[in-house]
Design a protein around this ligand. Structure first.
Ligand code: FES
Length: 496
């Protein structure tokens, strides 16, 4: 090596690059977990970048340590590199061994975060999460390590870089505090519902096209009457059709989220229709005006390395939008099951587009149903018993029978905004009792499936009898669905 200082340059530059990569990776992770940029981002791309940046930061930390070891001037031993407070290197006397010790501690945190991320699937999610959260402490500690032990702190370029990185870290951490996921989900759902109730986001659309997609399934495209852009949405979102007689029905969007000119839905005419799908099939024609609200999303695509999508019948609609939004190289498979190919919307289109990533299971061709029991609803029950709760994300189109969970007793409920107390009778639904007493809650399915009647719980433990999401998720974000759910105790306080 001609220039004996070369390793010292490598040490300093790799440290700055590793620091920058860590900060950007954590920032990306925060964008991913809070989704504050939604709908301008895409969880899959965010995840890719987050992983790539953090992997690269490990590589540069490795280069930083290796160059410290080979550099004759700094003369770090292996013990100096791996044992906190072993190094005698001191740039600021009153700090003792802390500046370098912080670097060693940060290395262990970084490797722990990386290792647990690689083992994410095998670890219980709460352990992975706890270790992953330590990356926030990591970026803070790295800033101190860089400021106290870096030899470039007097250089302007270094100072500007440090200022940008520290500002980014601060903004990222504040964003994480201000937009925790649960609060975001809560406001997205509860406030979205309130907006719905106030009809603030109700807008007029024109039925642009009605197309038969499969036996008993119609595809409908809606546009604004002036053909201007519609509100943005992300896969998993639904819109609410406001039909005559006050009927409101939710349908998943299944078009291309990037195409803001139209909303596309597919509607199966249910033999047990209570009016909604029957009306859509027999009355909606191209050129008609209609009111819709939304989009809202209770079924967002979680970021993941790979996906197994399973759709039963008309459940293909949100899934189609999801798989079409994924980057080409993402590993995913789709099991799409139905009674016959002619009754399965988009079956041929998806097979043509994605080849053997798509497995079509038509009962009449295969001589029976897939292994996961009957379709479509029992499919979810079968899956729930086979896949851990935190890895299974689903949306139901009909209610689960939860009559065994129900203990039908009278209870008292307090409406917090008016401090009014009402008694909900044994044979009365909570939703009816609330609405008779000024609750003004809208509802749609009346069976605890659609999520329209969601209310925020302030005190008390609801007796969840709905099928909208897992009971743990509802308790975590503090909501309940009063069209079917009740109270476990004698008191319940609701944010109404
Ligand atoms: S009205 Fe559908 S969940 Fe209550």
């Amino acid at each position: 090596m001609k220039d004996p200082a070369i390793w010292w340059y490598v040490t300093r530059s790799s440290a700055i690059i590793a620091w920058a990569l860590m900060v950007i990776s954590v920032t990306w992770g925060i964008l991913l977990s809070t989704r504050v940029m939604k709908p301008k981002d895409n969880p899959s791309w965010l995840l890719d970048l987050h992983r790539w940046l953090s992997g690269l930061s490990v590589v540069f930390v490795g280069i930083h340590m290796a160059s410290l070891f080979v550099d004759k001037y700094a003369a770090f031993s292996l013990q100096d590199l791996f044992i906190p407070f072993h190094s005698q290197y001191q740039k600021i006397a009153w700090l003792g061994g802390w500046p370098v010790a912080l670097g060693v501690i940060c290395t262990y945190i970084l490797f722990a975060v990386q290792a647990t991320s690689l083992m994410m699937k095998k670890l219980p999610r709460k352990y992975w999460k706890a270790i992953h959260y330590s990356s926030y402490a990591l970026v803070l500690l790295v800033s101190f390590h860089a400021g106290w032990s870096g030899t470039d702190v007097r250089a302007w370029a270094y100072r500007i870089t440090a200022l940008v990185l520290i500002t980014l870290t601060t903004v990222a951490l504040i964003t994480r505090i201000l937009f925790p996921k649960s609060a975001k989900t809560l406001s997205a759902t509860v406030e979205g519902r309130r907006a719905n109730q106030n009809k603030e986001n109700l807008h007029k659309v024109l039925v642009d096209r009605v197309t038969p997609l499969a036996d008993g399934i119609l595809g409908l495209d809606f546009v604004r009457p002036d053909r201007s852009n519609l509100d943005p949405w992300v896969p998993g979102a639904h819109i609410t059709l406001h039909l005559p007689d006050g009927m409101q029905r939710q349908y998943s969007l299944c078009g291309d989220p990037a195409d803001r000119s139209q909303y596309s839905i597919a509607v199966l005419e249910s033999p047990t229709s209570r009016g909604g799908s029957h009306y859509v099939h027999h009355n909606l024609k191209s050129g008609m005006n209609l009111e819709v609200s939304g989009p809202h999303n209770h079924f967002e695509l979680e970021a993941s390395n790979e996906y197994l999508f399973i759709a039963g019948g008309i459940g293909i609609t949100p899934i189609k939008a999801m798989i079409e939004s994924l980057p080409n190289r993402r590993h995913w498979r789709l099991l799409y099951a139905g009674r016959s190919r002619t009754s399965m919307a988009y079956a041929n289109e998806l097979s043509e587009m994605f080849g053997d990533r798509v497995i079509i299971h038509a009962d009449d061709e295969q001589g029976g149903r897939p292994n996961l029991d009957a379709l479509p609803e029992p499919l979810l029950d079968a899956l729930s018993s086979k896949v851990s709760v935190d890895r299974l994300h689903y949306e139901r189109f009909s209610a689960v029978d939860r009559s065994d969970d129900a203990i039908v007793e009278a209870f008292e409920v307090t409406l917090s905004r008016s401090d009014k107390k009402i008694l909900v009778g044994k044979d009365e639904s909570l939703l009816d009792a609330l609405n008779e007493n000024g609750g003004a809650l809208i509802s749609s399915c009346g069976e605890g499936v659609c999520g329209t009647c969601e209310v925020r719980v302030l005190k008390g433990q609801p007796m969840h009898l709905d099928s909208v999401m897992s009971d743990e998720d509802k308790d975590a974000i503090g909501v309940m669905y009063p069209c079917v759910s009740r109270s476990t105790g004698s008191t319940l306080v609701l944010d109404i």
